[in-house]
Structures are given as structure tokens and as C-alpha cells.
Design a protein around this ligand. Sequence first.
Ligand code: NAP
Length: 248
Amino acid sequence: MPKFEGKTALVTGGGRGIGRAICLELAGQGANVVVNYRSNSATAEDTVAAIAASGGQAIALQADVADERGVTALFKAVISQYGGLDILVNNAGITRDNVIMMMKPEDFDIVQATNLRSCWLCCKAAARIMMRKRAGSIINITSVVGIAGNGGQTNYAASKAGIIGLSKSLAKELAPRSVRVNAVAPGFVETDMTADLSDELKDAALGAIPLGRMGDPADIAKAVAFLASADASYITGQTLVVDGGMVM
Ligand code: NAP
């Protein structure tokens, strides 16, 4: 029997990049998948179509997860479609990079809202459902930047370090109800987010990766699926680094 047969998973920002790979992986292992997106309906519908083409079950739902009303509507739609939620993956994220002297307060705020506030809002909505059921798994996508820091990313690093603290605290709160909360910290992964970086920056990043290649979104998706599964039933409050050895 597929690992996630009968389970429902919500992946925020699931239409592209790492989120899309997570949707494909969870659906491939039998989950009903909700592909959330903010504005790019075409990529979200394409992800749903790819899942359907391989015999899986998925729907796309639009919501800005930085917005409380958006999150409330999203969870309402998930429950009305599938009747519950077993796996939440907080993946939606953005960057607004600059050195601190050039960074505007708006660039700090939008990154906290999109990366960290969204994670907190969705965790809260999921906790309500999972605590009642006394079961569930939440996986929050952080970054090695939240662990090691990175010049030019003070806003992003703060949001990703925040996600690690949030995950550990919520893991402690929800453990008595058998709900697990973990984080996955990708290194340098080939997606739209990293596509615009200069060749110079890419070469420097590659040089710092002992395994000698950039990550593929599927590398991250495998780690998320493991943490979501019963194979990880004794693991909570952890940050699993998936970075080819970049930060160790
Ligand atoms: P990406 O290709 O730029 O995709 C970002 C996704 O987030 C898109 O699906 C986007 O939706 C969604 N999103 C953004 N703001 C949203 C909002 N307010 N509400 C709902 N969805 C929203 O990024 P990625 O590289 O796959 O990154 C995914 C996650 O991994 C992020 O949290 C990122 O910080 C983290 N990460 C990435 C790397 C890397 O090297 N790529 C490394 C470490 C961590 P639309 O398609 O509708 O715009």
C-alpha cells in the first residue's frame, strides 16, 4: 500500500520549484495533494495535471498565505474538499536580497510576512485540526542561510532562523497530541529563486558544496516525504539539512 494512502497534504507555494517536487513526491506515494499558489495559476494547474497524469489526486487552491484571511479561506477549502489534513508543508517563500545599508524596511517586512508569518498562520490553522485528531505532521522549509547566515540576506536569514525556532517550540507544544513538527533546510537548489544569481555567485556556491553539485528539488522532496511518513514517527523538533554537505 502506498505510504500516504488516504492522507491529505497541503503544500504552500506548491506550483513551482521545490514545492512542486514535494507535491509530486507526496502524490506519488498516495496522498491527496493541495497545491497552493499565490499568483501563478498556470504552474499550479500544470502540477495538478502532472499528478493526475500519473494516477494521483490533487487540486490547486489560490491563497496568499501571508494574509490571515487567505489562510482561513484556504483551510476551509481544504476541509470542504478532503474532510481533513494530515500533512502540512510550509514551503512558500521569497527573497529580497541586498546589503543592509541598501535594504529598505519594506524588503524586510515582506520577507518576514511571506516566509515566517505565513508559516505561523498555517501552523496555527493546521494545529487546530491535527490536535483534535491526535495525529499529523508539519514540515517547515527553512534554509541553511537560517543556520549559517549569508551576507546580503539579513531579512531572509532572520525569517529562516525564525522558522527553526517556531518549529522547535511548536514541536514541544504539539508532541503531547502526537503531532510532529520538523524543518528541512535546503542548501543551494536549482529553481526560479536561484536562476537569476550571477555565474560568479553560482560558481562560488558550487565550490562550497562537498558533493559537487547543486541540489535538485527532488532531493528536498524525498527528505520532506520521509519526515511526513510513519518512518519518522519518533522524530520531532529537528532540522534536517539537505545541502550536499555545504554546512556541517
Ligand atoms: P520559487 O521557485 O521561487 O517558488 C516559490 C513558491 O512560493 C512559488 O510557488 C510561489 O507561488 C510561492 N509563494 C510566494 N509567496 C507566496 C504567498 N504569499 N502565498 C502563497 N505562495 C507564495 O522558490 P523555491 O526555490 O522553490 O523555494 C521554495 C522554498 O524553499 C522557499 O521557502 C525557499 O526559501 C526555500 N529554499 C530554497 C532554496 C533554493 O536554493 N532554491 C534554498 C533554501 C531554501 P507563485 O508560483 O504563485 O508565485
